[in-house]
Design a protein around this ligand. Structure first.
Ligand code: FAQ
Length: 311
């Protein structure tokens, strides 16, 4: 079959809302764009373990510690599903990991900000998982079958992460004046980076046009950012916290929230590798990877032995 016919069938399937599966014909650009996005997503989950992992030994109670360990472990699991998902498109795990470790690959900008206090554990669960979930619920409808299915389980776990974060903030808001202040400070520091998670404004989004056409993404960056704001503002108000942006206000005419211009210069600087924590994050990932070499070697030796015994 010639390529134009293949393309027609592929686009028709997408229009009908059918999923594209690994062995189906797909344009190279579709495959390339998906590998880029899914591998960045996988890296984000793995690097995202670091800001919270940093607080496991300092959790204020055994209950909080158990929850935090489970959450960080879930994020590692999400990274693994997503690397597997990218592998179904022909990407090699070693190449993806190498790209992360050498600083060639991107991962979510938010993980280049420091987690300074216990209230940040609340803000990360509430805002970072809340933003991630808003985006990923939408991605459950992506046209690529394995990615869409991996989002279903991931979103269930993100919902738990989101609630445990909100619970930490709610507890702090009902605590001492100092704790309430810490919750406010965490909200103020994480708000803008959380809005950046949805990506640049639509006019500056290099991939949106193609991704929306082929339903790799089903909604635009700004549309999802607005959904997250609309969901989160009432939660801020319910806790008696001050809005983190003096210009954040519902506009009945546009039926959207107005907000202060996001500092896009900072965003682009962070994704270029110049954020506050970029170097430390890559150093920690490389260290963990090198220290885990013996585990990978042992697992490989075991699987070789096992498969030769089965022959
Ligand atoms: N950070 O053309 P667009 C999580 C890059 S999971 C860094 O609009 P696109 C779990 C973008 O790659 C969070 N880079 O890009 C967790 C592109 O660069 P390139 C991660 C960003 O792909 C929670 C350039 O800017 N979620 O947090 C960011 O169409 C708590 C132009 O942008 C996902 O990855 C950013 N925020 O739309 C873990 C979801 N935004 O590749 C622990 C899947 C943009 O040309 C604790 N991804 N860039 O060099 C997506 O939905 C999309 O990739 C977007 C960006 C919406 C993020």
């Amino acid at each position: 079959m010639d390529v134009s016919k293949e393309l027609e069938i592929f686009e028709e399937k997408i229009q009908k809302g059918e999923k594209i599966e690994p062995k189906d014909w797909m344009p190279d650009e579709y495959r390339k764009n998906l590998i880029r996005m899914i591998s960045q997503h996988a890296h984000s989950e793995i690097v995202g373990m670091l800001p919270e992992g940093n607080w496991i030994t300092r959790a204020p109670s055994l209950r909080r510690k158990l929850i935090l360990i489970a959450k960080v472990q879930d994020e590692g699991g999400h990274g693994l599903y997503l690397y597997n998902t990218a592998e179904t498109l022909g990407a090699r795990r070693e190449d993806m990991i190498e790209a992360l470790h050498t600083g060639k690959a991107k991962y979510a900008s938010i993980f280049n900000y420091p987690s300074l206090t216990w209230a940040d554990m609340g803000a990360i669960g509430w805002l970072v998982d809340g933003a991630a979930m808003t985006n990923q619920v939408s991605l459950m409808r992506t046209s690529y079958g394995p990615y869409s299915r991996s989002m279903i389980r991931i979103c269930k776990e993100e919902a738990f992460h989101n609630r445990q974060g909100y619970e930490i903030i709610a507890t702090w808001c009902n605590g001492t004046e100092e704790q309430k202040q810490m919750a406010q400070d965490a909200l103020d520091r994480w708000w803008e980076p959380a809005l950046m998670m949805f990506g640049p404004e639509d006019k500056d989004s290099t991939h949106s046009a193609q991704s929306l056409k082929w339903k790799i993404k089903v909604e635009g960056n700004e549309e999802l950012r607005q959904r997250f704001i609309a969901m989160t503002v009432p939660q801020i108000e319910a806790r008696g916290l001050r809005l983190p942006d003096p210009n954040l206000k519902y506009n009945p005419e546009t039926k959207k929230y107005d907000y202060s211009r996001i500092n896009w210069e900072e965003f682009f600087n962070v994704i270029k590798g110049n954020g506050f924590m970029n170097r430390e994050r890559l150093r920690d990932r490389n260290k963990a990877h090198n220290e885990g070499l013996w585990v990978r070697e042992a697992a490989e030796a075991y699987s070789k032995k096992h498969s030769s015994n089965n022959k």
